[in-house]
Write a protein that binds this ligand. Structure first.
Ligand SMILES: [Mg+2]
Length: 227
């Protein structure tokens, strides 16, 4: 367990959405992953195994599977987003501990996701977190160019006037933290794999987000609302 982090200078708290604001054991992202495989099967005529291989390769080469599909197959991104995010939210449950951890953070809270606008809105609603975020920077807002492409970070910073030196970014994907650290943000890797991850672009690691947020030392703020 990471000792409680001292983040007194942070006034902008930026969170990835999928597998960060809910834990991977919900298997929710696996549902979307399976929808992406089906989409690739349908578009390419490949069988499931080959489609899955292609999906992973595009993800590795282009940052998101969608970017690869757009670049190499001319896929309509809006149809892709509609189809792959059309999954049941049954496995997602609001977590009062996470909510309490978020509420105590002084300053702005933003979501920075490679998911589409509708997906982000629906998931935040299901998790009962919508009211806690000032802005949601989704894939459409990033001109459909997601993390870890530098354009996505630059665009987030410009659009929402983020000062990297006083921003902290939480992510389950280590490679998405590297560009944030390069810009000067504090970074937190979240998830069961976090303890074993290497890289000096990772400022803090935590297996689970709620206990980290409950323990983190922040500047006091009289304006900070309570539960
Ligand atoms: Mg994620």
């Amino acid at each position: 367990m990471t000792p409680s982090a001292a983040l007194f200078d942070i006034d902008t708290w930026i969170f990835d959405l999928d597998n960060t604001l809910y834990p991977p054991e919900t298997n929710f992202l696996a549902l979307i992953d399976a929808r992406i495989t089906e989409f690739v099967m349908h578009e390419t005529g490949l069988d499931r195994d080959a489609a899955y291989q292609l999906q992973r390769r595009l993800l590795d080469d282009h940052g998101t599977t969608l970017a690869g599909l757009m670049g190499q197959y001319g896929i309509d991104p809006y149809r892709f987003l509609d189809e792959v995010h059309d999954v049941s939210h049954e496995s997602l449950k609001p977590d009062p501990d996470l909510r309490a951890g978020l509420v105590r953070l002084p300053g702005r809270r933003l979501v920075f996701t490679n998911g589409g606008a509708k997906h982000a809105e629906n998931v935040l609603e299901t998790l009962n977190l919508s009211d806690l975020f000032d802005e949601v920077f989704h894939l459409e807002a990033a001109d459909l160019i997601g993390k870890p492409r530098p354009h996505a970070y630059d665009s987030l910073i410009r659009t929402h006037g983020v000062r990297p030196k006083t921003a902290c970014f939480f992510e389950d994907s280590a490679r998405n933290l590297a560009p944030a650290a390069e810009l000067g943000m504090t970074t937190v890797l979240v998830g069961p794999h976090a303890a074993d991850a290497v890289g000096d672009f990772i400022s803090y690691r935590t297996e689970r987000l709620p206990p980290f947020l409950r323990a983190v030392q922040v500047r006091s703020s009289s304006a900070n609302p309570t539960l």
